[in-house]
Write a protein that binds this ligand. Structure first.
Ligand SMILES: NC(=O)c1ccc[n+]([C@@H]2O[C@H](COP(=O)([O-])OP(=O)(O)OC[C@H]3O[C@@H](n4cnc5c(N)ncnc54)[C@H](OP(=O)(O)O)[C@@H]3O)[C@@H](O)[C@H]2O)c1
Length: 430
């Protein structure tokens, strides 16, 4: 058999320890598929983990030790964009390939790192950075390579999906579902990145850049999390035939890219509405293949390790692509060009005539009402919730309509607005 691929691994946390375990457990199968052994030569991490069997690899707390001559590839699994960036840049300068699971790093400076790797003829594998165990990066790079990809949509944050599922299936409040996610290790003690949509936006920036061959500034992704979705929204959506999911959507538009993450009502007839718990799903629409849907575990030690080791196998075979810098910079339109139906929950004083006022505002903005639910909210006896499902509305129109509705004397609290997923023919049905 050919000489081994020698690996230097940084980070012995959830993913790092799982990569070590997987390389030991499936050593022979991995070597057969790779055409040569994948040998863990060095491990570096802040804190030694005596309980992790390193299979004979040398351990060091100094990340610089991974620049040694007996390492061909540095696997970065420490996270963040500080020490991780230094590690990756140093590894590339030293002529090492890189494999990383770090979407924050790629969203912040992926294009620069790809350029540095390209100049050196080195590869950067990043399969694990998006949607954990789902091989979506490989699918976009290879399996769908003949297609012009014009749209991506998916559930790429397992924590948000777990919370929304617990609310829908078990009737938990948002707070209860979040606490449960934290107890089970699905959410961090500080869940901001997940529930405010930042993690999903970083992943979308990575995927969209790859799919559309463009640089996507992370701050060009319109970002909204799930913290304002409550149990009543989930129940109303269900009554109307929808599930609420946190979606990441990117589309090629005339001269630009529309990139956004936000909660959305998804018709129950679509397969993606049935993706529950911490599972992820990514839909890619290509001009030749049409809609494709990939579903699998989006996080967790072993699923993510599966993606990391897949990159190592490709590298060992010599088939891991040298990433190229994006050939263009398309303008990001955020949600500006979105036209879709909306779910509105309007808290209103419980007296005659208020609904007519609301209907009048909608009618003046040429918005039709497709469905209505009116009932008291669980916490107040003096007001009602008017829930309306609209027809297609352009983003600018809904903003001015909401401002006008909010000014009505009969409206007694903040209006909840959730877009209805405008996935049209992009998505396979159940
Ligand atoms: N967990 C998942 O399900 C998942 C899924 C997909 C992608 N990812 C990505 O995978 C990467 C690793 O995630 P993780 O969940 O494994 O994180 P983690 O459990 O926090 O592990 C990080 C590891 O890196 C070490 N480390 C951090 N900073 C260091 C530094 N400056 N120098 C040396 N060692 C350092 C930590 O040391 P200590 O042990 O001392 O803390 C720890 O062993 C992140 O980029 C994450 O976004 C994770």
């Amino acid at each position: 058999m050919a000489s081994p691929l020698r690996v230097g691994l940084a980070g012995l946390g959830t993913v790092g320890a799982s990569v070590v375990k997987l390389l030991v457990a499936n050593r022979d199968a991995v070597a057969t598929r790779a055409g040569r052994p994948i040998h863990l030569a060095r491990v570096a991490s802040r804190t030694p983990k005596p309980d992790v069997d390193l299979g004979g690899a040398t351990f060091n707390t100094d990340l610089a030790s991974l620049g040694a001559a007996d390492v061909d590839v540095v696997v970065e699994l420490i996270g963040g964009d500080g020490a991780a960036r230094t590690l990756v840049e140093t590894a590339l300068q030293a002529g090492k390939h890189v494999v990383t699971a770090n979407k924050a790093l790629l969203a912040a400076c992926g294009d620069d790192l790809f350029a540095a790797a390209g100049r050196q003829g080195l590869s950067i594998g990043f399969e694990a950075s998006v949607a954990g165990g789902i091989p979506i990066v490989n699918a976009l790079r290879t399996g769908l390579a003949s297609n012009r990809i014009d749209a991506l949509a998916g559930i790429v944050n397992g924590t948000s999906n777990y919370i929304l599922t617990a609310m829908e299936e078990d009737g938990c409040s948002f707070g209860e579902a979040l606490a449960r996610a934290q107890q089970l290790g699905y959410a961090e003690a500080d869940p901001t990145f997940d529930v405010e949509g930042i993690d999903a936006a970083q992943k979308l920036a990575v995927l969209a850049a790859l799919a559309f061959d463009t640089r996507i500034a992370f701050d060009g992704v319109a970002t909204e999390g799930i913290a304002n979705v409550d149990i009543e929204d989930i129940r109303h959506a269900r009554e109307l035939g929808f599930s609420i999911k946190h979606l990441a959507i990117a589309r090629l538009r005339e001269g630009g890219v529309e990139a956004r993450v936000h909660p959305a009502l998804v018709p129950e007839s679509l397969l993606i509405a049935k993706v529950s718990g911490v599972m992820n799903a990514v839909m890619a629409h290509g001009d030749a293949v049409g809609p494709t849907l990939f579903i699998g575990p989006g996080a967790g030690g072993m699923p993510t390790a599966s993606a990391v080791v897949a990159d190592l196998v490709e590298l060992a075979r010599g088939t891991l692509a040298t990433p190229k810098q994006a050939s263009r910079q398309l303008a990001s339109s955020g949600v500006g060009s979105v036209i879709c139906p909306h779910y509105l929950k309007i808290p209103a004083i419980d007296k005659a005539g208020v609904f007519a006022e609301v209907a009048d505002v909608l009618s003046r903005h040429k918005i039709s009402i497709e469905a209505v639910i009116q009932r008291p909210p669980s916490s107040s006896a003096t007001s009602v919730h008017i829930v309306i499902l609209t027809n297609d509305i352009a983003e600018r129109e809904i903003e001015t309509t909401l401002a006008e509705l909010g000014g009505l004397a009969g409206v007694c609290g903040p209006i909840t607005r959730i877009r209805v997923a405008d996935l049209d023919a992009m998505m396979p049905s159940a």
